[in-house]
Design a binder for this molecule. Sequence first.
Ligand SMILES: Cc1cc2nc3c(=O)[nH]c(=O)nc-3n(C[C@H](O)[C@H](O)[C@H](O)COP(=O)(O)O)c2cc1C
Ligand code: SF4
Length: 430
Amino acid sequence: MSPEAYRPLLLKNIHRPDSASLAAYRESGGYRALERALKEMTPEQVIEEVKASGLRGRGGAGFPTGMKWSFMPKGPGEKYLVLNADESEPGTFKDRLLMERDPHLVLEGFLIGCYAVGCRHGYIYIRGEFVYPYRILMKAIEEARAAGFIGKNLFGSGYDCEITVYRGAGAYICGEETALLESLEGKRGMPRLKPPFPAQVGLYGKPTSVNNVETVANVPMIVEMGSSWYAAIGRPKNSGPKLYCLSGHVRKPGVYEFPLGVPLKELIYEHGGGMLRDLPLKAVIPGGSSVPILTADKVDVLMDFDSLAAAGTMLGSAGVIVMDDSVCIVDALLNLARFYAHESCGQCTPCREGTGWYVQILERLERGEGKSSDLDLLVDLSDRIQGNTICPLGDAVAMPVRSYVKTFRDEFQYHVDNKRCLAKPSPVLV
Ligand SMILES: Cc1cc2nc3c(=O)[nH]c(=O)nc-3n(C[C@H](O)[C@H](O)[C@H](O)COP(=O)(O)O)c2cc1C
Ligand code: SF4
């Protein structure tokens, strides 16, 4: 698909210099969907429409959004919608763009979501380092409140909704939904054991739904254009537009919008302008740091949830990290392991201890002091971590470690046998 063949839907406003203003958003039809939802649809109808659209959450797991909302209890009683604006996955920088350039799109989608689940006070949990997006979001909230889109009796419908923004302190684990809720309650951001799931016991013990920023940004167009129109974009069971974050050794890194299922090869070589230094492609991480890696011969794959799962990896947060053959895979994995060891909250022994062991073993391999048995040890550790932890952070490191070692075993072995790196010219490993 040529870039001209697709007209962005999520990013359609971002190139306007005043794109963050309410005036610009209104000019492009903004808040019509909220008005329509409040005046013409029941909350159940909104949920049904989102279900029929096939929208799957854009925060990583790809869980169907309408279904998640339908798990919330009906009827009176406090309940919450929480917006996950923590965006912490390495290689992922799409939610920030939406908040900076089109905050009203995010707010409108969030407010429709609040209405759908019966929430009268929504919370936005934003990454602490996002000072600039935070300011823009706050300004947009002020504007929306002054215009009567937040607060009491929205559009004369009788529906009231307040929004509170809460700033995190920059911990990756606080992106995990239950750790986020703990943090929002003022406690240390440690994941909760599930069940109970947040739809039963969530924020302040009340039923809660947590959604990603990009997820809710899809909702206004579903309400306005209808679920059939939306479902026709992308691929079956993988519908709608998608933001892909492209980084690493490509000429034109950035956030790209295409329907779910854009070919990965096309993303790198056409839209991304190809390899940065014309060096051969070595590997690609398609979904942010926590997913299994793809070798150059495996990049003929469609970028959607199911195609990538069939290829043995995941779409995750669609943080596509491209590596040319100057990259030392052992070094890349060490970098990743250090991140997870630092970010482990420490609750579960396999994750707390295992991530530290990964670092020690990989440092040893990098120093040229590794043993052949270290390779099996890394895989064995992964088998012991995966599935044995409270939250998916354990899996998020175990899966890449296993895949890097299995896929690039020769390169790991080369470090052991030659006490030097295959990819880097220097014979001395630091
Ligand atoms: C360690 C970890 C970090 C996560 N970080 C984020 C994040 O930064 N942003 C996000 O939206 N979801 C993140 N998630 C996923 C959330 O737990 C949750 O699934 C998501 O916010 C649900 O939104 P969605 O259904 O709209 O995708 C993370 C999950 C894990 C396990
Ligand atoms: S898996 Fe890691 S991050 Fe998740 S709860 Fe256990 S120790 Fe904490």
